[in-house]
Structures are given as structure tokens and as C-alpha cells.
Design a protein around this ligand. Structure first.
Ligand code: ARG
Length: 468
């Protein structure tokens, strides 16, 4: 019997053979020509090709009433920033602006380096607990992720460290932003969180017969932990997110219990380091925090129930605390409406206030602090709301700004590119209309955003903003 497939298959094979013969002939001809050309050019060398005429990099100057110099913690008046292409080339008070430079005059506004949020989940935000779990696919999340990325950038956050996303959506988003296809902040991504079975990274509380068909991010024992980390790095992870303790927004018992042994945590940090990756540890409970710090993680995320020994260890090791101290307000006011199980909201009641007190103790003790909001637990673009809490719970406005700029850049290992307004850094610059040293709530209303020399938002000069 001749199946319908036969003829085309034969035809294709023939065509293939034919084109191969043809290709060999062509190859001969091309080789011949090439040899001839080489011989001729040896006898009669052609002059070196003139380089293509390159456009000179675009020159911009920003003028502003005030500039926050985040490294020294000082304020410069009548600031001028000179920008060439995507980088800053000079900064100082009353600098001369070279002729032919386009000047963006921000009047009396205050300029600062683009803000950095070290703890986001930019690929999603909650709408309804069960709807999100059972009726939305990874494709739904992938389709909307760019909306949140743009909101984050427009809110003044020009860099984020995104610490956990499903299905490598964060990798795709980061790549699309880097390629200029999508508008969003610079991103470091963690891909799947690395967690224990039944822990904060797992989906618990349902019938054991319910299976979720996704990459799980679960690993038990040092070998599995290492293997998962290798798998994540292979697929695009810039940083590793380790679930060191239980959590709030998951249905397992407790919130303070450790979820990895010391050996597992040591293996995670060692494996990540082998691939030049740092580890950020989700940790609420005191014991898990200490294990993670001893293992050598670069940051403790949340840090809610930290004890004095934990604070001492973090200071000693220079571990950053990234505490999402705005979250509690949003969870307690909105998560009932979003259909979250009572058990989860109860857990929030257990840690919310204590986390803020712990933050205050850590600040007082001199633990290094980097800004991290956990945006994605609440709406993206609201990241700046956390500044007011950081000041209420022990920081000066300058310290809070430093946490979201120099310190955050240091935590990311990106001090050479972001986090300060200095020559050589990306021209990632924001402006606020009032003095942030008097009122940090201005970060909830950032009026001007530039990323890599491109204006993303401008409510100050009222000139047109055109995005790619
Ligand atoms: N992702 C974190 C968790 O589920 C959010 C904690 C929010 N609550 C807070 N008080 N920071 O554990």
C-alpha cells in the first residue's frame, strides 16, 4: 500500500541529493574564485577597509536643583550630569555643558541613581488564590509579565533582583528587556526557588493526588540541591534563591522552622559559588537564618524572627538583610478579599509586627541593609511604599536611599554599573519633585525616570517621552 507520505518523502530525498551535487559544484567555483582573489590581492594589496562611519554617541546633560551623592551620603546643589550614549561621563555642581548637547532641565527637582529592588517577583501578582493556582497557566503569566516590568521601571526601579519565578519566565523577560524588545528594569533572575519537599517552595495543603505539571524547584539532600542549582544555572539563573525556612504565603505548618539542614545549605552555597553565583536565602526563623549565614549566603530575605546571635553573625559576615517590611499592611488588608486561606493570614499576623521590630534591631546593630520589597505579593509599581516604613523603623532617609542604591548594587555585585551617579555607570537616573531627605514618601511619586540614557518617564519637563 502506498501511503500518502511516500511520494513527498522520495521527492524530498531526490531533491536533497540533487541540491547536494549542485552544492559541491558551487563550492568548487567559490573556492576557485577565492584563490584567484587571494593571489591577486597578494600581488596587488587593496587598502584597509575604511571603517563604517559611526554616529557619535548621543550627548545629554541633566540639570537639577539637587543631586544625592549616595556613596558619601551628601547632597550636591545645582547638579549637572553629562551623559554619552548609555553611560554617565561626568557629574558635579555647575559643570560646563559642551556645545551641541541636549539639556534636560529638571528645575529644582532632586536627582538620584535609579532605585534597585533586591527582592521582587515581577512575573506575577496575586488576583485570587484558587483562580491563580488552578485556572492560570504559565502562559498566562508569561503573557502579562512585561506589564509589571514596565510598571516597576516607571516607578523608578531601574534594576531588580527577581528572586523566584515559574517556568523560567524571568529568564525570557530578562532576555527580552536586554534585547530591547520589552521595556523594563535591568534584571538579575533566580528562576525556580530551591526548596525542600513540603516546604515554602512546594504547593501543600491539597490532596496528594493533585499533581501540578511544572518545574518544581524541589530538592532534598545535598545531591539534589546541587543538581537543581546546576539545572537552574544551565537555564539562565544569575542568582540562586534558597528556601531556608518555612514561609507565610504557603500552607505548611509554622513559619519559623528551618527547611534545610546545615549540610544542604552549605552544599547550595558551595555549588552556586562554583558557577560564580551568589545565594539569597528566604528565612524567617532564627535557626534557619543562622544556618544560612554560616553557610555563606549573601543575603537573608525577610529575617522576621532573627535573634541576637543571628544579628551578630550577619554583622560579622557582612550578610545583607533584605526585609520586606511594607508587605504586612497589604496582606492583612487585602488577602482575605483575594481568597487566601485563613491559615496563611494567621501566619502573617504572627510575623508581621515582629519582622519590623527585628528590622529595627538589625539597623541599630549596624547590619548591612539592602532594599527589597517582595513586590508581586502586592501590586508592582508600589515598590516605593516601603521607604516610609524603613524610616519609621529606624533608618534615616539617607540610609534608606543608600539601601536602595549603593548597598543594593553591592549585593548584586553590580557596583561598577549601577547604584550611583558616577562616570562609567549606566545613566540610570530618577528625579523626584520634593526633597526626599525631608519626606521619603516622594518615592511613591517618582516623576522622572531614565534608564541607560533613555527617558522612560518625564512629568517634570513635560517634554514628550518616546519609548522604544
Ligand atoms: N514571600 C514571603 C513569605 O511567604 C512573604 C512574607 C510576607 N510577610 C511579611 N511580613 N514580610 O514568606
Amino acid at each position: 500500500m502506498v501511503t500518502p507520505g511516500h511520494k513527498p518523502v522520495l521527492q524530498t530525498a531526490f531533491h536533497h541529493l540533487h541540491s547536494k551535487v549542485h552544492f559541491i559544484d558551487m563550492k568548487r567555483i567559490v573556492c576557485g574564485l577565492l584563490l584567484l582573489f587571494i593571489n591577486l590581492s597578494w600581488l596587488n594589496p587593496i587598502p584597509a577597509q575604511t571603517p563604517e562611519k559611526q554616529e557619535p554617541p548621543k550627548r545629554l546633560a541633566i540639570r537639577a536643583g539637587r543631586l544625592i551623592e549616595v556613596k558619601s551620603g551628601t547632597v550636591i546643589n545645582n547638579a549637572v550630569i553629562l551623559i554619552e550614549g548609555e553611560k554617565i561621563v561626568a557629574v558635579g555642581p555647575g559643570l560646563n555643558v559642551p556645545p551641541g548637547t541636549r539639556v534636560i532641565d529638571l528645575g529644582s527637582a532632586t536627582v538620584l541613581p535609579g532605585l534597585i529592588d533586591c527582592h521582587t517577583h515581577v512575573t506575577s501578582q496575586p488576583a485570587n488564590y484558587y483562580e491563580d493556582l488552578f485556572r492560570r497557566t504559565p502562559i498566562d503569566y508569561a503573557v502579562t509579565a512585561h506589564v509589571y516590568a514596565r510598571r516597576t521601571l516607571e516607578a523608578g526601579f531601574t534594576t531588580i533582583r527577581d528572586v523566584g519565578a515559574g517556568e523560567f519566565i524571568d529568564v525570557a523577560l530578562r532576555n527580552a528587556i536586554n534585547a530591547g524588545t520589552v521595556v523594563g528594569p535591568r534584571m538579575q533572575v533566580a528562576t525556580l526557588t530551591v526548596g525542600a519537599t513540603g516546604g515554602h517552595g512546594d504547593t501543600s495543603g491539597f490532596s496528594p493526588y493533585i499533581k501540578f505539571g511544572h518545574f518544581s524547584g524541589l530538592a532534598d539532600g545535598t545531591d539534589e540541591v546541587r543538581k537543581l542549582i546546576r539545572f537552574e544555572i544551565k537555564n539562565g539563573a544569575d542568582v540562586i534563591k534558597l528556601i531556608a525556612t518555612a514561609g507565610v504565603l504557603s500552607e505548611e505548618e509554622s513559619v519559623g522552622a528551618p527547611q534545610y539542614s546545615q549540610e544542604e545549605m552549605n552544599a547550595a552555597v558551595e555549588e552556586a559559588a562554583m558557577w560564580s553565583r551568589k545565594v539569597a536565602a528566604h528565612a524567617h526563623g532564627a535557626e534557619g537564618i543562622k544556618r544560612a549565614v554560616r553557610a555563606g549566603v549573601v543575603s537573608i530575605e525577610h529575617g522576621s524572627l532573627i535573634d541576637d546571635e543571628g544579628i551578630r553573625l550577619m554583622k560579622e559576615r557582612g550578610t545583607y538583610l533584605v526585609a520586606d517590611i511594607y508587605n504586612d499592611d497589604y496582606i492583612l488588608s487585602e488577602y482575605g478579599r483575594l481568597g487566601y486561606p485563613a491559615k496563611i493570614i494567621e501566619k502573617e499576623r504572627l510575623v508581621g509586627r515582629t519582622q519590623r521590630e527585628s528590622f529595627q534591631r538589625a539597623v541599630k546593630a549596624g547590619v548591612r541593609i539592602a532594599f527589597g520589597s517582595d513586590a508581586g505579593v502586592y501590586p508592582h509599581g508600589w515598590n516605593g511604599k516601603q521607604f516610609a516604613h524603613m524610616v519609621r523603623w529606624g533608618m534615616t532617609p539617607m540610609q534608606a536611599v543608600q539601601a536602595a542604591t549603593v548597598n543594593a548594587a553591592d549585593l548584586l555585585g553590580w557596583s561598577d554599573r549601577v547604584g550611583s551617579i558616577e562616570p562609567g555607570r549606566f545613566a540610570d537616573i530618577i528625579a523626584v519633585s520634593e526633597d526626599p531627605m525631608k519626606d521619603v514618601t516622594v518615592f511613591e511619586r517618582v516623576s522622572f525616570v531614565m534608564k541607560g540614557g533613555q527617558i522612560v518617564k518625564d512629568e517634570l519637563t513635560r517634554s514628550e517621552v518616546r519609548l522604544r
